[in-house]
Design a protein around this ligand. Structure first.
Ligand SMILES: *[C@@H]1O[C@H](CO)[C@@H](O)[C@H](O)[C@H]1NC(C)=O
Ligand SMILES: *[C@@H]1O[C@H](CO)[C@@H](O)[C@H](O)[C@H]1NC(C)=O
Ligand SMILES: *[C@@H]1O[C@H](CO)[C@@H](O)[C@H](O)[C@H]1NC(C)=O
Length: 344
């Protein structure tokens, strides 16, 4: 009896240890809720083979990481830099029912017999929504609302400053925070609970919820004091005038306005960054004649003298002249063609 008890105890502690030492992360994606799946064993991070990898498995990863809904089950070499050569593939196959709270609770084949880093499993999840801007144009301007106990409520502007706005803009994946005096009139003010007041951020916090504040729901504010934030639109790019979204004249979005890119100094590395950012695979060479078929741009010429190393995740990270400064005309607009359209 005592022995049995001991065995059960040993078994449980073993499991406990296994579980507490098991961690999962996503590497190489656009944010913490997307990337190549890596699991930790004995202090080493390894990958998971994509055998049988699917939606249910990704759902579990998203849940484990506190991310939102599963949106994709990528695998292979999509996420750069690739796993190191000496990083092990730790799991050959995973079979989750979809209800597990962690990947380690899923049925797993740990005997890795046949897998390389070309078959690494990945996950795409939504970023969980805990803050939003409402009542403004687009999702990057509006009244600040935070989610608490499954209910959206407003933030009082007592104590609020530009550093807090910066945190919100970053959290939402928007551009820079801009100074605004604008606030809420009777049409745009909130109605529900006033969740936060005296929010004081240094500006370095990952999320608004990390900033010191008064207690949730404990304040004497009214909706006349709702906080309003304006961020620039996020940098974005698109290819226009072609048959698919993966070829055409290049346009970039800056301060809410689409503009073209000048071809001074433009080359293969820059094209690769664009194709990768759009999820369109490798870039392919375009003759000058083919380029002209996409037509000339109108309006702003945003970028000139762009230089990329080829490793950037976004064209925005490449060196370039200050936005809007150039010595070009629209005859020099860049056009790009990429091999494929993986997301249709
Ligand atoms: C995965 O598990 C389910 C039951 O949970 C089982 O029916 C199925 O055969 C398993 N698939 C593989 C590939 O092991
Ligand atoms: C905003 O307030 C916080 C906390 O009081 C302070 O650390 C920060 O420097 C302030 N930021 C600005 C832009 O005034
Ligand atoms: C709200 O006002 C009451 C009465 O003036 C005061 O006692 C209380 O401390 C205030 N609460 C906060 C959070 O400021």
């Amino acid at each position: 009896m005592a022995l049995l008890f001991f065995l059960i105890l040993a078994f449980c502690t073993g499991l406990g240890l296994l579980e507490s030492s098991s961690r999962t992360r996503l590497v190489g994606g656009r944010h913490r809720c997307e990337g190549r799946v890596e699991v930790e064993r004995d202090g080493q991070w390894g990958t998971v083979c994509d055998d049988g990898w699917g939606k249910k498995d990704v759902e579990v990863v998203c849940r484990e990481l506190g991310c939102g809904a599963a949106t994709g089950t990528p695998s292979g070499t999509l996420y750069k830099p690739l796993a190191e050569k000496d990083q092990k593939v730790l799991i050959q196959a995973v079979n989750c029912s979809g209800m597990e709270s962690k990947l380690i609770h899923c049925e797993q084949e740990e005997d890795v017999f046949d897998c390389s880093h070309n078959e690494d499993a990945g996950a795409m999840c939504e970023i969980p929504e805990t803050v939003r801007l409402v009542g403004g144009p687009g999702h990057c301007k509006g009244r600040v609302e935070v989610k608490h106990r499954e209910q959206w409520g407003t933030v009082c502007k007592a104590g609020w400053n530009l550093s807090a706005a910066k945190v919100v803009c970053r959290q939402l994946g928007c551009g820079r925070a801009t100074l605004t005096q604008r606030c809420c009139n009777k049409d745009t003010q909130g109605q529900g609970p006033i969740w936060l007041s005296e929010v004081s951020c240094s500006g370095q916090e990952e999320s608004l919820q990390d900033c010191p504040s008064g207690l949730w729901g404990k304040n004497n504010c009214t909706h006349d004091e709702d906080t309003w934030v304006e961020c620039e639109d996020p940098f974005d790019l698109r290819l226009v005038g072609g048959d698919t979204r993966c070829s055409g004249r290049l346009e970039v979005l800056h301060k809410g306005e689409w503009g073209s890119v000048c071809d001074d100094g433009w080359g293969e590395k820059e094209e690769q960054v664009v194709c990768k950012q759009l999820g369109c695979g490798e870039s392919i060479f375009l003759s000058a004649k083919a380029q002209r078929n996409f037509g000339l741009g109108v309006g702003r010429i945003w970028l000139d003298d762009v230089h990329c190393s080829g490793k950037e995740q976004s064209l925005e990270q490449c060196r370039h002249r200050f936005w809007g400064y150039h010595n070009c005309n629209h005859k020099e607009d860049v056009a790009v063609s990429c091999l494929g359209d993986h997301n249709n």
